[in-house]
Write a protein that binds this ligand. Sequence first.
Ligand SMILES: Nc1ncnc2c1ncn2[C@@H]1O[C@H](COP(=O)(O)OP(=O)(O)OP(=O)(O)O)[C@@H](O)[C@H]1O
Ligand SMILES: [Mg+2]
Length: 332
Amino acid sequence: MHYIETKSLTKSFGDVIAVNDISFSVEKGEIFGFLGPNGAGKSTTMMIFTTLLKPTSGQALICGFDVMTNAKQVRQSIGYVQQETTVDEYLTGRENLLLQAKLNHIPKNEINNRIDEVLELIELSDKQHKSVVTYSGGMRKRLDIAGGLLHRPKVLILDEPTVGLDIQTRRKIWEYIKKIHDEFEMTIFLSTHYMEEADQLCDRIGIIDGGKIQVIDSPTNMKNAMGNEVISIVVENNEHHDSFLSELQKIKFVKKINKDGLKFVLFVSNGTEVIPKVFQISSELDIKITSISLTQPSLDDVFLSYTGHEIKDDDTKFNRRREHAKMKRLRA
Ligand SMILES: Nc1ncnc2c1ncn2[C@@H]1O[C@H](COP(=O)(O)OP(=O)(O)OP(=O)(O)O)[C@@H](O)[C@H]1O
Ligand SMILES: [Mg+2]
């Protein structure tokens, strides 16, 4: 049995197709990540998994249960930590978890043990009686994650677990995610727009863009498929770009080229042979090269090669949305 399975899953909001005919599955014990930019359809997919949104068409199954016809079993099978933090600032850490435990109908005589267990796991035991107002962003996120573990779900869904956090805090959260995975043998489905996060945590990654999955594979396989080297060339403005591109494509060892404005990115299998040819072609076409570099492919390059554009951290948009969410909560 697949722990997560989608079959031609589609979700539209009016004219916007947020999730467009996606089919994939996640196996028991895997850490699977959706890597994609703002608006790719990550949260929408996750909200379908949690039964908070209904699919427009297609099917989603969690531990074999259909989100449409077995919503209750689905909710029992998953822990969900949403993108924006949901903890109540004016309660203590422990009080937040108590509330969460009651909402999840955890048997009364087990509540305290379960809370102790998750607090220990995310190393917040010593801060549990302090109100959350005094917590850092990373601690709030950890508390959020703890809340999603209380009912011991088979599948943990983490929507951008480290967005907006600094890199040290992000690394700490990665450690906790790995620990949860190892200690509970939990299947984890997460979303991110950080390459490094996907690379560090995930057994397999699905690159999602515009509601479509572009490719699914392990980070290592993805990078290997790119050829073993990347040549990035930036040129000065020149009307011969099209001929430049077509001549570059003819070079032996060039597997794929992406052009973005004045930048050409070549995925190659033998960089040191290709570079002299690049110079030869540019001089024949009278194109001035401003910079050229030879590197190992990164997940950024993989993303670029499948989507045709670079992934950008749009934290401005994120912060704006977060402010908006906060306002809504304050008004309510
Ligand atoms: N309730 C809604 N009503 C209308 N459109 C929506 C709604 N929710 C999402 N969308 C649209 O669906 C698309 C996918 O949004 P979604 O939130 O799933 O993206 P995401 O990958 O989670 O992005 P982010 O990285 O910004 O969180 C976007 O174009 C978004 O504007
Ligand atoms: Mg999202």
